[in-house]
Design a protein. Structure first.
Length: 89
């Protein structure tokens, strides 16, 4: 009923999840040095969808938390998340 049109008793939700985005970002963070990221590949992943298709893109996936993977913040900051953040230092 979520995706059925309102006229048919549904909620009319007609967006798709761009699920390749979080997987691609995590794979890039894990396997590729950030100075070696291919921007054309990243742009293609972010925009690869059917013509005029409505999409919701997201970076963080609940799947990462379920399997015990790091969040994107931890991939980017790692231990610096806990150190070097004080104005006193």
């Amino acid at each position: 009923t979520l995706c059925l049109p309102l006229a048919d008793g549904g909620f009319g939700f007609d967006y798709r999840l761009a699920m390749a985005v979080p997987d691609t970002l995590i794979r890039m963070l894990r396997e590729v040095s950030d100075d070696a990221w291919e921007m054309t590949f990243l742009c293609h992943t972010l925009t690869n969808r059917r013509w005029k298709e409505k999409c919701i893109a997201y970076c963080e996936s609940h799947d990462q938390a379920i399997v015990g993977d790091k969040t994107i913040a931890f991939w980017l900051m790692d231990q610096e998340m806990y150190t070097g953040m004080s104005m006193i230092e």
